[in-house]
Design a protein around this ligand. Structure first.
Ligand code: GDG
Length: 724
């Protein structure tokens, strides 16, 4: 039975070494809860680092056995690996870059090598546990290369990937020296999830700009598969927080804290120590609140929990110093005998104490500089069972996309932040309740369980889509069958598209002349009297004739408008008009003026706007605009607008490569047909041919009417060579 394997850097377990033993304690993170139902189910597994350096093989074996009982499989890492792969590349290079702190990022090949090696180690560990048809869900930035590594070993596996941190804008991402490898690594998955639409858009943009892979509706066409990219805002275990807030333990803590704080109102701040969380800026804002609104002195305290994290890293140590200093200064300046402005805790709390803090606080101040989602904001909302309380939330946390009833602020705008704090403290109760109720409904509905289910369902869907729509690769076996049928046939028809099929694309279409190898190949094919070789192209007849007219080839030019049999004159498929060009040409000229690098190709009966040389993103937008513009102009005429590979073409409707190809088939009655083509106009050819024809799609988009697919022009030439 296929199994599901979860993979993340860290296993959801805390192992502690006591004097003579190891203790195992499950960790309570949201992810562990959400995925619990999956990895604990029959035969499923969670693979990751157990957070412990083992001393010898027998200890390793012991840990392995203990974890196996709780459906976990450890990947043991050495101290050097943790230093270079985890603290080095993951937290020293990727974390700052992905959070827009590129100035803090290190670019070091040694760390990159360690990152690759540890991803490979994870890969081996997963492979040891999985079969070819298992579902694997990889988590987060420490394992960006893993999906592709797994894909190579398990081409048919169902692989999902989720990024818990933001994906930066292309301008930032491209700074990384290993950017292409990282993107390709992630694209090994079938489904790639982000917290927000913005992250998803940034990723797709990088994929298009750096790898040249376009996408439509979040679907990226790679050479071998369609990869689905989507936003899945992560939720929390709502019920758990709502229940914890009213639990007797939490109530006791609230009473205890209240006694100590008396009437003082509480603003709560909870984070891991991290420069992305905006902790120092938050302290400065609180300082300014006390300056600007002295009436809050003695009335309000900031209760700040900072959970120790990564404090071996220099940047974190200096952030800690900065926070210590700011807290010291604010407290020294404003404290009274009976009032402490900032209650600062540099440690973590058990869940029931945390619940008490959420319950007691009137305001939660969640102001990261950049945050993938931020679960603290959602936990605060879930804990407010009486619906009183105000959330102040940074617009740069993923959670802000959903929690629009919070007071949304720009965390660098200290002035506005102070005003938001003041507003929160004076907000009428009925407004608090309305806002909180809205947020609760949302956080409750999209909780961690629905998140998990949504992702897993979508992953299955992505895989099914791939299987139903994918054209199978032209394997060696199919190629052998093709060659043998070809050899047994007497009247063979070969329909060969030119650009992107026989020869690669060139920025300047006039420079894509046939090279020596291609000319010899076509010559050899035409030398065989059983072969009818047809070049079926969208190009104008003059170009085709000047490049290949010396060979005994047939030609179908301008997508079926002009036809020429070897050695004869050009004829029109049927009588056509071209006077429409007079009206349409100025429209295309307008787009050329607005889109640097694009140009118009004028053929006898069609006009083509080429944008291969223009800025990809800009031109893609212009192309969409032009498509709808021209489609509007062409309505109620017999014109047709087509989008091809980096071109938009307008021409007479009803004539296309398919109509021309069908004419060749009916005239010659071939007993073997091979048709090769790479773009949408070739789909017309594939559609027009009998079902036993060998139709072969060239290039990345796996969706096609063709029966088979090859990756590039190189494979096309290899295939044709096998026919000689
Ligand atoms: C990454 C992304 C994304 C905090 N203090 C204590 C404690 N916590 C718990 C909170 C919350 C979790 O830690 C922190 O989660 P965040 O989402 O706020 O932040 P990151 O750790 O940076 O997580 C983030 C997340 O992944 C999920 O995708 O939202 O953007 O950076 O659950 O409650 N828990 C306990 N005691 C504490 O003192 N028990």
């Amino acid at each position: 039975m296929p199994r599901t394997i979860i993979v993340s850097n860290r296993l959801p377990i805390k192992i502690q070494r006591t004097e003579d033993n190891l203790t195992f304690q499950p960790s309570e993170g949201g992810l562990a809860t959400g995925l619990g139902s999956i990895y604990r189910a029959d035969g499923n597994l969670w693979v990751g680092w157990p957070g412990l350096y083992v001393q010898d093989e027998s200890e390793e074996e012991y840990v392995r056995q203990q974890l196996a009982e709780d459906s976990m499989a450890p990947v043991f890492l050495t101290e050097a690996e943790i230093r270079d792969y985890y603290e080095g590349f993951s937290n020293g290079t990727l974390w700052p870059t992905f959070h827009y702190f590129a100035q803090l990022a290190r670019y070091d090949d040694v760390l990159w090598e360690a990152y690759k090696a540890v991803n490979e180690k994870f890969c081996q560990a997963v492979l040891a546990q999985t079969g070819p048809n298992d579902t694997i869900w990889v988590h987060d930035y420490q394992l960006l290369l893993l999906p592709e590594m797994l894909r190579k070993a398990r081409p048919d596996a169902t692989i999902g990937f989720f990024l818990h941190i933001p994906f930066p804008s292309h301008e930032l991402f491209r700074v990384l020296p290993w950017r292409e490898e990282l993107l390709r690594g992630v694209l090994g998955a079938d489904l790639i999830g982000f917290h927000t639409f913005g992250d998803m858009r940034h990723f797709l943009n990088s994929v298009s700009q750096l790898l040249g892979l376009p996408s439509q509706n979040g679907q990226v066409e790679t050479a071998t598969r369609t990869v689905l990219v989507d936003a899945f805002p992560m939720g929390i275990d709502y019920a758990r927080y709502a229940e914890a807030a009213v639990s007797p333990q939490a109530q006791n803590h609230v009473r205890e804290y209240r006694e100590a704080l008396r009437e003082v109102r509480v603003i709560l701040s909870i984070d891991r120590l991290d420069y992305t969380k905006g902790i120092a800026q938050r302290l400065r804002a609180f300082d300014l609140l006390l300056q600007r609104y002295p009436e809050w002195r003695s009335q309000v305290s900031l209760l700040m929990v900072v959970v120790p994290s990564r404090d071996q890293v220099a940047q974190y140590a200096s952030l800690k110093e900065e926070i210590d200093e700011l807290v010291g200064r604010i407290n020294a300046q404003y404290r009274t005998i009976s009032w402490n402005p900032v209650h600062y805790f540099y440690r973590s709390f058990p869940l029931e104490e945390l619940a008490a803090l959420y319950k007691m606080a009137e305001v939660a101040l969640v102001t990261p500089m950049r945050d993938g989602m931020n679960l603290v904001a959602k936990e605060f909302v879930a804990s407010k069972t009486d619906q009183r309380g105000v959330l102040i939330l940074s617009e740069r946390a993923g959670a802000a996309r959903e929690l629009s009833d919070a007071l949304i602020i720009n965390p660098t705008d200290t002035g506005k932040l102070v005003e938001a704090l003041h507003e929160a403290l004076v907000m009428p109760e009925d407004e608090q309740i309305t806002r909180m109720a809205n947020m609760q409904a949302l956080v409750q509905q999209y909780d961690i369980f629905s998140w998990t289910k949504l992702f897993m369902d979508r992953l299955q869907y992505a895989k099914e889509q791939q299987l139903t729509l994918a054209t199978t690769m032209l394997t060696t076996k199919v190629a052998q069958r093709l060659v043998s049928e070809y050899q047994g046939a007497k009247r063979r028809l070969l329909l060969l598209d030119y650009d992107g099929t026989l020869t690669p694309f060139h920025n300047n279409p006039q420079r894509a002349q046939p090279d020596q190898e291609l000319r010899l190949l076509l010559r050899a094919l035409t030398d065989n009297p059983n072969n009818q070789v047809v070049i079926i192209s969208g190009r104008d007849r003059a170009t085709l004739e000047s490049w290949l007219g010396h060979l005994p080839l047939d030609f179908i030019a301008e997508h079926g408008v002009w036809l020429r049999r070897a050695g004869q004159e050009w004829t029109l498929f049927q009588e056509l008009r071209a006077d429409w060009k007079r009206d349409i040409r100025p429209v295309l000229d307008l787009y050329v003026n607005r889109t640097t690098g694009s140009f118009i190709e004028e053929k006898d009966y069609s006009l083509v706007w080429h944008f291969r040389r223009a800025d990809a993103e800009l031109a893609a937008g212009r192309a969409r605009e032009m498509m709808s513009h021209l489609t509007f102009l062409a309505s109620n005429t017999d014109l047709q607008v087509l989008e091809g590979n980096k071109v938009v073409e307008i021409k007479t409707a009803g004539i296309h490569k398919g109509t021309a190809a069908a004419r060749w088939v009916s005239v010659h009655e071939p007993d073997f047909i091979l048709a090769l083509g790479d773009d949408r106009t070739d789909e017309d050819t594939f559609r027009a041919l009998p079902s036993d024809a060998y139709t072969v799609k060239v290039g990345s988009a796996p969706r096609s009417l063709a029966r088979f697919r090859v990756a590039s022009t190189t494979e096309v030439r290899n295939l044709l060579r096998q026919l000689l």
